[in-house]
Structure formats: C-alpha cells, structure tokens
Write a new protein. Structure first.
Length: 282
C-alpha cells in the first residue's frame, strides 16, 4: 500500500535510520514466528442471520407423536418475521400470525390462514406446523439455522435461511396444478410440466404432453401471460390430457408470483394457488 511521506518523516537523519530499520526487521520476525512465515488472513466473524427480515424455510417440525421429523421434499413451508407479524406458507396455504420479542423469548399467537385444499401430505405437514407455532417460547439462531423452542426447551421447529432463485433462466418443473375446482393436486406421476421464463418476456415449456410458448409481463409481484400457443398432439393418457388442459387454464388466471423457499408459486387475483414449480437443472 502506498503511503504519503509527511514533511516531519522526511527530516529523519541518517543516524536514526538504523533504529527504524531494526524495528521493522523485528516486527517482521515476530510476524513470521506467529504465522509460520505466511501472511495472516483475517476473516470476519459470523454474527448469525437476523431473525427479522430473513426468509426462513422450514426443515424440521414436530410430528403427531411428538417426534421431530424432516420436512418432506415435496413440501415447502416458510416464515418471514417483520414488524410484529410472521407470514409465509404453511406448505399449502398462506398464513399470518403475530409475535412479540423479549430477548430470546418469542411469543406467537393468532394464527390465520387461507383455506385452500391441497394433497394430504401438504395438509398434514401444514396442520402440524401451524399447531407448533402456538407452542413457541424461545428462539436461537446459529449461523443460518433458526430453532424455535417450547417452554421446556425442546426444539419444535427448525428453519434455514433461504435465498430465492431467479424467475428467469431457470427450468421450472410443476409440482402442483389447480384443477379448476378450487383445489390443487400433485402432478400426475410420470408426467413433466415445465416453464422457462426468458428475460426478453417469452415463456416456453411443456404442458405434460404438448409443448407451448408465448409471452409474459411482470411488474413487481404481478405476472400476466399473453396468448399461449401449443402443439396439438393427442396425449397417450387421459389423465395427462386433462392435467394439461387444467394447466393452460390455470396460467390464464395467474395474476401474481412469489417464491416460497426455492419454490415458485403462481396465484390468481384472489390469492388462490394456480401452479407451483420446483427449480431443476436440465
């Protein structure tokens, strides 16, 4: 690093230089002894992830028998603490609760949620998750892991800090599709429904049988699809054909998008989930 020499330092006499040199040599020798001759590397200490303002994704919850269970891969439940409100997705429905903090003490109450029907697995995890929120008494954070504990000190819920993927340039594979009856269902086994959003406003993918393409526009959390065109191949299975028709109809009603952990959720104007996707790598 370049340092500017001050006028006072420029006036050091030749008799003083040996002392300065010896001092510098001694300092270098001491550094070599303490670091094995290598330049010391200083890394900032991890102060942990803040509770509030972080997108938390549930990784473990308390099952019906009181034992801690990992969240199934097909389920994504989240929490965001901000301004006295916890909001997120319980695995199926959007929820909101109030909370108060006092040191490491955390009180959660007043759970409200939407009432959409989902597959049994998602509903079971959501029911247990929302019930566990009401038993929380304290919290601890270690690096990027959040644990919510009961008054007895047992871990009721465990989360990891999540970073949302990008909407564009990701191959999204649908996990659930709204069938048009007010409920969403898991994608038919063996079928693959996809969407890829290009940065230029084009979208393309597979409905499970036929390929499609079209346009989309976003404005903040708003998402609107333009007319979609698809091939007209006859599907081999009636269930896949019906699912494809439901998928295209669902896209036509989409008004907003949001990330739930690493999942992408498309919703209608009334908040009803239309399609949920998981990111994959081709």
């Amino acid at each position: 690093m370049n340092r500017q020499t001050s006028p006072a330092r420029a006036r050091i006499t030749r008799r003083a230089l040996p002392l300065v040199a010896l001092t510098a040599i001694a300092a270098l020798a001491l550094a070599a002894c303490t670091s094995g001759g290598a330049s010391p590397s200083v890394e900032p200490m991890d102060a942990g992830t803040p509770l509030e303002g972080t997108a938390w994704q549930l990784t473990d919850y308390v099952g019906p028998e009181g034992n801690t269970l990992p969240v199934p891969e097909a389920v994504a439940a989240t929490a965001m603490f901000a301004a006295g409100k916890v909001s997120g997705n319980g695995g199926c429905n959007q929820y909101s609760v109030t909370y108060t903090l006092d040191g490491d003490k955390l009180t959660i109450s007043g759970v409200t949620s939407t009432m959409m029907a989902c597959p049994d697995l998602q509903m079971a995890v959501e029911s247990a998750y929302l019930a566990a929120l009401g038993t929380v008494a304290t919290y601890t954070i270690s690096a990027t892991t959040l644990e919510l504990k009961t008054a007895e000190g047992s871990v009721g819920l465990r989360y990891r800090a999540a970073k949302a993927p990008a909407l564009t340039q990701t191959r999204w594979v649908a996990t659930m599709i709204n069938g048009g009856t007010g409920a969403v269902a898991s994608v038919v086994a063996g079928s693959t429904v996809t969407a890829i959003f290009a940065e230029g406003g084009n979208v393309a993918g597979s409905g499970g049988c036929n390929t499609y393409n079209g346009t989309y526009t976003t404005d903040g959390a708003s998402l609107d699809f333009g007319p979609l065109a698809s091939t007209m191949k006859i599907c081999a299975e009636a269930a896949v054909s019906q699912q494809e028709a439901s998928y295209f109809a669902a896209l036509d009603t989409v008004a907003t998008y949001a990330f739930n952990g690493d999942l992408l959720q498309l919703r209608a104007a009334d908040g009803a989930l239309q399609v949920e996707y998981r990111p994959t790598v081709e």
